[in-house]
Design a protein around this ligand. Structure first.
Ligand code: FAD
Length: 595
């Protein structure tokens, strides 16, 4: 980074250590409030704030001179000056540790800068994120010293751009089904890589690829295929690039297929262990999702600034359109959502920086909420702009196109909702399974049964509570705690009713995930406002309090509805209608006007 002194990331490994630092959201499924994970609200140090201000200032003035997003969208590529400028600003090494030539930014600073880039240009944020959030993140997290020294300095200078190669034609969400193979040579000196990866961001710019492939491993005399990660030189013989994909949005981002034909990958380029690739991919995506969340949130605020200016200036019926309450509702909802999302991603960045915390459910929650917020708000800003919102002369339609991808990549929102629910259900499910076994031999398992029953009675009667929330948010804190209690009871009932089949019950999983997401966001708001009051006093925090008192009841009303619907729902009818539609290929039964 050329603009400021370094803001050091904490030295602790940021990989999750769930046994010692279990996740907040997993706790919610058990009716527990693990307050130590969400209080106090994380704040950047003074040194970090100074560095951040310098980075943002430098980026903003460079962007004002260099970035023409409408032109980039039109051309479908960045001019060389843009990529060169990002490198000269030092941004391509922002989260690479200092000893490898980077800036060593903490997750808090990295994601805040990510947000700023996203607010200026979504395609540039994808370029930045595909390089650092996912492209070379595997080397940073799992690389050996030699690998880091070999690759990271050139990545930090922007000379070598990273890309992340997981998706294939037959394996998107189900990444384990990949067909790309890496077969070790007889002498063990290298692997031969064969296959094709599709939708690879930064493909055309990349110098280094993190590639996931299946390696044959013999276990008990049987050959099994194990997903393994490799660092691959993007210019190695046997690698070829497809044409640039013509996309709906983020057009400046270079997305292509990469084909590998007998590519020799030196054995020393193995990343982590043979068979450890899937875990590596998940870890990379876990933290990558946070950048996408911060980018979506800042982007939303930026679009709303335009809409606010328009609503103030545009007059209809003899008054500014901003004075109409139907438009005011849109502004208030977006303001509350952005406040909550900022709180949510920052709280999560604090967990990443603390090290060892299992934050995978929180990053998934952030990604889901922020991506849907960005798309919903892009649509609302277009509505506020009216006819000009639909014109290519204004940025509203581009924002709508650009923001749509966020709900698809880095884990689709459906798959992430299933992940939140199924990971949340793990521990309550295991407890119930253990007690189910115990009931089969009750005389030998009285201890287990009585401890389960005591826990159950306690869970039913004793509601959890927040102890660190500022008293002025007592009612809101109680509301959130009540919903955590209700969710745990709802989860337990659903588990008793459906047992293992809960894995197939996505109608229920979606509701559980939605409840958990809203609970996490509401908790983040409680933590953020408590911290603001502590810093500036209640009077000065009036605007924060107002937003919190608007957002939390709204989020908790959604949560209550989701929990209630775990029991009372029309799922059988929904399943039947969808099954019929899938069988006939049409949504509805014939109408009187069909011929
Ligand atoms: C512009 C762009 C850039 C990308 N960049 C990269 C990149 O750099 N590197 C990379 O590796 N990949 C990249 N991708 C790929 C992206 O991550 C995948 O498109 C995404 O994971 C979804 O996979 P898929 O397209 O095969 O969809 P599918 O997996 O086929 O999903 C289709 C639909 O089915 C739903 N679905 C699937 N499984 C389930 C389930 N179990 N439960 C409920 N619903 C389900 C999905 O939610 C989705 O709605 C990029 C994609 C795009 C469009």
């Amino acid at each position: 980074m050329t603009t400021a002194s370094p803001a050091h990331a904490p030295s602790a490994s940021h990989l999750a250590d769930p046994d010692h630092h279990p996740s907040f959201t997993r706790g919610v499924f058990l009716g527990e409030i693990r307050e130590a994970l969400v209080f106090p609200f994380p704040e950047p140090s003074t040194e970090e704030k100074e560095s951040l201000a310098a980075i943002l200032d430098a980026f903003r003035s460079w962007a004002a001179d260099t970035l023409d997003s409408a032109q980039i969208d039109h051309d479908g590529r960045f001019p060389d000056a843009v990529r060169q400028g990002m490198a000269e600003l030092g941004l391509m090494g922002l989260n690479i540790p200092e000893r490898y030539g980077g800036f060593g930014a903490s997750a808090m600073i990295f994601n805040r800068v990510f947000g700023e880039i996203g607010a200026h240009d979504a395609a540039l944020a994808v370029y930045f994120g595909a390089h650092q959030s996912i492209g070379i993140k595997g080397i940073i997290l799992f690389g050996t010293e030699a690998q880091k020294h070999q690759w990271l300095p050139r990545c930090a200078s922007g000379e070598c751009i990273g890309a992340f190669c997981l998706t294939e034609a037959g394996s998107g969400s189900d990444a384990q089904a990949m067909r790309t193979t890496a077969v070790p040579s007889e002498d063990g000196s290298h692997y031969l890589l064969n296959g094709a990866k599709i939708w690879i961001s930064n493909a055309g710019y990349a110098g280094v690829l993190t590639v996931f492939a299946k390696v044959p491993v013999t276990i008990d005399g049987v050959v099994k295929q194990r997903v393994t990660a490799f660092i691959v030189d993007a210019h190695a013989p046997g690698i070829s690039l497809g044409k640039i994909e013509e996309k709906m949005g983020i057009k400046g981002s270079d997305t292509r297929t990469i084909t590998f034909e007998n590519v020799r990958v030196p054995a020393e380029n193995l990343l982590g262990e043979v068979g450890g690739g899937f875990k590596i991919a998940l870890e990379i995506l876990n933290s990558g999702r946070l950048g996408l969340s911060a980018g979506s949130t800042r982007g939303t605020r930026e679009m709303m600034k335009l809409a606010l200016a328009h609503a103030k200036e545009r007059e209809q019926f003899g008054r500014s359109i901003g004075s109409f309450e139907m438009l005011q509702r849109k502004f208030a909802a977006a303001a509350a959502d952005c406040y909550a999302m900022d709180a949510a991603w920052m709280l999560c960045a604090g967990m990443v920086d603390r090290g060892g915390v299992d934050f995978s459910l929180e990053t998934a929650a952030c990604k889901i909420y922020a991506s849907e917020l960005a798309f919903r708000t892009a649509s609302e800003t277009m509505q506020i702009a009216g006819g000009i919102g639909y014109s290519k002369e204004y940025p509203y339609e581009r924002a709508l196109r650009d923001s749509r991808i966020n709900m698809i990549f880095e884990g689709t929102n459906e798959v992430l909702r299933a992940l939140i629910a199924l990971m949340g259900l793990q521990q309550p499910g295991e407890e119930l399974k253990a007690v189910g076994k115990a009931f089969k031999a009750p005389l030998h398992s009285l201890g287990a049964i009585s401890s389960y029953l005591t826990g159950r009675v306690k869970r039913t009667l004793v509601k959890p509570s927040f102890n660190q929330v500022h008293p002025s948010l007592k009612d809101e804190a109680e509301l959130v705690a009540d919903n955590i209690h209700a969710l745990a009871l709802g989860v337990e009932k659903a588990l008793i009713e459906h047992g293992k089949a809960i894995i197939e019950r996505q109608f229920l999983q979606e509701r559980m995930a939605n409840a958990a997401i809203d609970i996490y966001l509401a908790t983040a708001v409680l933590s953020r406002v408590t911290s603001v009051i502590g810093r500036v006093g209640e009077k000065e925090a009036a605007a924060d309090l107002e937003v919190a008192r608007f957002f939390i009841p709204m989020a908790m009303r959604r949560t209550r509805r989701a929990i209630r619907a775990l029991e009372r729902n029309a799922d059988d009818a929904a399943r039947s209608i969808a099954t019929r539609a899938l069988a006939t290929g049409d949504l509805t039964v014939p109408t009187p006007t069909d011929t």
